[in-house]
Design a protein around this ligand. Sequence first.
Ligand SMILES: [Mg+2]
Length: 363
Amino acid sequence: MTIAAFTLYPYRIAFRVPFNTSRGMQRHRRGVIVAIRLDDGTPGYGEAVALPSFGTANDDEIVHRLEEFTPSLRGESIGQARAILGQELSDSRESPVRFALDTALLDAESRRAGVSLARHLTPAPATSVPVNATISQSNAEAAEKAASYAVLAGYPAIKMKVGMTDDGEAEAERVRAVRREIGPDTELRLDVNGSWQLEQAVAVAGRLEEFDIAYLEQPLPQTELEATAELRRRISIPIAVDEDVTDRRAVEQVVSHGAADVIILKPAIVGGLTVARDLIALAEENDIRVVVTTALEAGVGITAALHLAATLKPPLPACGLATGALLEHDLLVQSPVFIDGRMQVPDGPGLGVELMESVLSVK
Ligand SMILES: [Mg+2]
């Protein structure tokens, strides 16, 4: 069984609401759907998007690298192709490219085996995965409103973006308002995106402790693992790392420094589901919990992350997979089903999704 063909389908989709990032306003998401076909006609799909704030190449570089690299896999078996990905795409800037190709190989392989991708990875995957809502409004009233909507929609956990202001008092007020709105039963996480310094983090965390925070995500800048470990010893709120989780060596560093209680794992950033499974094993051996999140892909990338999340050790944490609604559409005929705060894992063969005809007829 060898790889007969590759086709790339670049896309550009509008964000429903322009997305404010540290790199300015983003109005569109660009990405690429990668389609492979085995010599018996079995298809496989993957998706690559850029996430430069996590150290990846940019949109154009990703398309270029896919165009340049994919011809070298033609005629190879799936096993050989996977080995080539590991050798040739080990630079973390190229991780989204490796993620897309690894997903396409796994999709084709599990379709041939007649099982879902999650079941291909582990014998008894979860059938649904709890997901979190994300609140990034910087004003207390808007944050409160978004939180109340998220609770009504059934989300078991809310992730709030913090660290957008140096005013610790205002920050604590916004968190207080959201906790009051959601009540005691919804999990509340705070994502700092690396914008605090150690002493500032100790001071703000002291103010936030009373709001029952599940964890503080990436409180300090990337690579400051010694300071993060010190912070973890000095405050009672658990610590998660996200921007720090780039590859196996990075996770080994997090473990050896004792820097985190939780790692946030984006398959697009670590280079695919195969690598991610390895990192999940490493984290679980060290009693570190894993939360899987997307890199704001359309439906193929989200569904790949969903299958990965279904392989986590129960009880499953709420994962950052409910990001499809940020885009005007996800390119799928049927998006993964969301019921009561959980996303259902498609149980058909492979990823179990079908791409819209209009995507595949672009070429
Ligand atoms: Mg984060």
